[in-house]
Ligand binder design. Sequence first.
Ligand code: NAG
Ligand code: NAG
Ligand code: NAG
Ligand code: NAG
Length: 514
Amino acid sequence: MRVHRGICAKLQGGFLRRWWAAVSCGILLIILAAVLAVLFPNLINLILDKELTIREGGRAFKFWKQPPVVPRMQIYIYNVTNADEFLNNGEKPALQELGPYVYEQRWEKVDIKFNDNGTVTYKVKKTFIFNSDLSSGSDDDLVVVPNVPMLSATSQSKHAARFLRLAMASIMDILKIKPFVEVSVDQLLWGYDDPLLKLAKDVVPKEQKLPYDQFGLLYGKNATGTDLYTMFTGSTDITKFGLMDRWNGKDALGHWTTKECDSIMGTDGSIFPPHITKQTVLKVFEKDLCRTLPLVYQREVIAAGGVPGYRFAPPTNVFTSVENMASQQCYCPAGPPCAPEGTFNVSLCQYDSPVLITFPHFYLADPALREAVTGISPPDPEKHQLYIDVQPIMGMAMKARARVQINLAVSQVRDIKQVASFPDIIFPIMWFEDCVDELPPEMRSLLKLAVELPPVAHAAVSGALAVIGAIVLLGALMCLARAAKRQEKLHLSNPLPANATNTKTGQLNPAFSK
Ligand SMILES: *[C@@H]1O[C@H](CO)[C@@H](O)[C@H](O)[C@H]1NC(C)=O
Ligand SMILES: *[C@@H]1O[C@H](CO)[C@@H](O)[C@H](O)[C@H]1NC(C)=O
Ligand SMILES: *[C@@H]1O[C@H](CO)[C@@H](O)[C@H](O)[C@H]1NC(C)=O
Ligand SMILES: *[C@@H]1O[C@H](CO)[C@@H](O)[C@H](O)[C@H]1NC(C)=O
């Protein structure tokens, strides 16, 4: 009671003598709390966006330059077990799915150069190391697969002059080139000497030359950064954060017939513009896919470490045929005929090799494609769908399965005797999944903080301000009431002549108080 009196006395004295100063102070604090409660999310977003921006020395820059993750490339190869029967007796190709052959990767951005206009130019260096412990099989395993360089050449010669095809047949005879090759997994992926490519390198005029004389499905991709990317850092416009501005100096692929289809305005799949909603369409640009891939919301997920996120996957009609969706016409500049349902023709990005991309096991594609061969089980979305789990507020990928199957669209060419019995077929060769599974603890805790801290801080800051405001307001009102009461008492019991009180001490004259 004494203490209380003391505070009140102090409040009434000094600079808060005028009671309303304390009251308005309390009210002000409460208003401030309310304003903060409304504006806080925007404030947090501002700070977050600033933090995300890629700039030299920034926290995000470190993670971007050398992601502290170990992505795995898991490769499955379709081994052909009846090559002779297929060619001689017209049997369906019998395939045996081998793998996974697992390569651990290191991703690094090199030759980084910041531009003045809010972009950064860089190359990506990916290093692949075979991991035999995680693999089921060795990279020395011998596999039988279609001879891609040969079948590309023969399929392309379909519309050439007949004498050219005959010449091709005799060259292939001399070089003993066969429609199937037996190579090791390591060779198939990373390159082996191909007589046809070597020949082409020696005889074809310089400007039409293929850039290499070895063939491998991932040839030249290990530990090299060949493509030059220019990406928006988010410093000028956070809604463009991570999007490609240019690829090898070009702002479009230059293969497709509409601006939208030809655009490279997508991210690399590891980061996205922040503040993702369930309506957002994410875009990923992958030069080997020869397009940007749209991704749409699928469902809510909980990633490792308990961070909640959204799963995004390509819409089911992403590779649908022109017959089913006229807008796909942009991807078929030479057609018709265009690529069949569920396949995507990337030959323009593969030196005109007749390569078709599908999802593994022909997921979402015409079932007839899978039934044209034996040994491929029906597709299962759990195992064969491509998806990315993102943290929606920061737009960061937390888990990814980039799954793609590579197929060769072989055309029958009767003039070339080696392949005369090779029918028109979409021949699956292999599929792979690029997996990012778990972010390292330091990144996970940062994500978790960014997700969990704002609401807590939000509640804490505005709550604390409101409580302080209320206490000040209440205190001031109480002191006020007390002061008023005392004043009242004085007035009631003291209708006095001025000299009846000891004005110095404020104490009543004992004579009158009785
Ligand atoms: C692939 O198939 C061939 C038969 O065409 C067989 O000899 C070979 O052992 C198979 N490879 C593996 C790794 O099983
Ligand atoms: C930004 O600058 C780089 C390098 O000068 C250039 O290649 C790029 O086209 C520019 N981008 C924009 C959007 O202006
Ligand atoms: C990739 O390159 C690295 C280093 O240059 C090497 O150690 C590794 O064995 C290569 N990987 C493959 C699959 O060739
Ligand atoms: C793929 O595209 C190329 C080039 O546009 C074209 O010549 C070829 O016929 C297409 N293949 C299929 C199967 O649509």
